[in-house]
Design a protein around this ligand. Structure first.
Ligand code: ATP
Ligand code: MG
Length: 279
């Protein structure tokens, strides 16, 4: 079975996160063994994004969610460094501002969805409104529990109008999170990444996993599927995500626009210019 099928949350099913290995690495034994495939995936991503941009018919929205230190930043870096910065955007969603809180929860999200020809990566997203908000009782259950349907309707409206949506849950173990916190402690270049909030959230680990399972069960749809990405191994995470994005973009069957000029005429112009230009 292909990686894409294997990691996808089938619509209507509930992923059991406690039974999905966070250190799964498929057929590849090591980062070294995967290196060729990784660079091949990156090359494909670059080509496909050029097509998406040139064709200007489709938009791609990538949603990244996961616990602190799950690798959301690193994934943005990996995926987007394969692409031309022109036509790509990363949007990080932090705690809502006072103004954002005066609106419905999708207001601030909708403003940043990609236009045709663009790729946008959401580092956190509208799913925070059924995750952190639920785990910390920031609004009553009667409010957050109605949001899953709203999210599905919102995503359906986007896809119906040319946006492809891929949603990735970066699945790490608590032990791996702690290792990454330790690396941050040991590396002055990463001290700026440390926050007390990271430690404050750890006791809520199980509540978050349940909230994630619910969100994926209710909101993994054919038009906007969720994928559980085993992410303890960063190279496997990158491999799986770049593979799924490339496969999905392949499926769009994009074509570069036909030239808007008469190519024979342009060739003749070129030769004239070449003749008139001293070597
Ligand atoms: P970093 O990797 O830099 O820590 P981060 O995404 O964790 O990135 P922070 O500034 O540390 O960024 O945290 C942002 C916080 O905002 C997260 O704890 C997240 O849960 C919270 N947040 C995001 N959206 C919402 C929301 N709609 N309601 C409440 N909190 C939210
Ligand atoms: Mg944080």
């Amino acid at each position: 079975m292909g990686l894409r099928r294997k990691l996808r949350v089938e619509p209507g099913t509930r992923p059991d996160l406690s039974n999905i290995a966070t250190d799964f690495h498929g057929d590849f034994e090591s980062e070294k063994a995967a290196r060729k495939q990784l660079s091949e995936n990156s090359r494909r991503l670059g080509d496909l994004q050029q097509k998406l941009y040139g064709e200007g018919r489709h938009a791609l929205l990538i949603v990244l969610q996961g616990m602190d230190a799950a690798g959301k930043d690193g994934t943005c870096w990996h995926v987007l460094s394969a692409m031309n910065p022109q036509g790509t955007v990363v949007k990080s969603f932090k705690q809502p501002t006072a103004e954002e809180l005066r609106h419905d929860f999708l207001w601030r999200i909708h403003a940043h969805t990609p236009g045709r020809g663009e790729v946008t990566v959401f580092n956190r997203s509208h799913y925070e409104d059924v995750l952190v908000v639920r785990v910390h009782d920031l609004v009553p259950e009667a409010v957050w529990s109605r949001r899953y349907d709203m999210i599905n309707a919102f995503e359906q409206a986007l896809t119906a109008q040319g946006t492809t949506i891929l949603k990735f849950f970066l699945h790490i173990s608590p032990a791996e999170q702690l290792r990454r916190f330790e690396q941050r402690l040991d590396d002055p270049a990463r001290h700026w990444k440390i926050s007390e909030a990271d430690y404050a959230e750890r006791p809520y680990w199980d509540a978050y996993q349940t909230a994630y399972e619910d969100a994926m069960e209710k909101c993994s749809t054919d038009h906007a599927p969720w994928y559980v990405i085993p992410s303890d191994l960063k190279w496997f995470r990158n491999l799986a995500i770049s593979h799924i994005i490339a496969k999905t973009l392949d499926g769009l069957d994009m074509k570069l626009p036909a030239p808007s000029v008469d190519m024979d005429k342009i060739r003749a112009l070129y030769h004239e210019a070449a003749k008139a230009t001293p070597a």
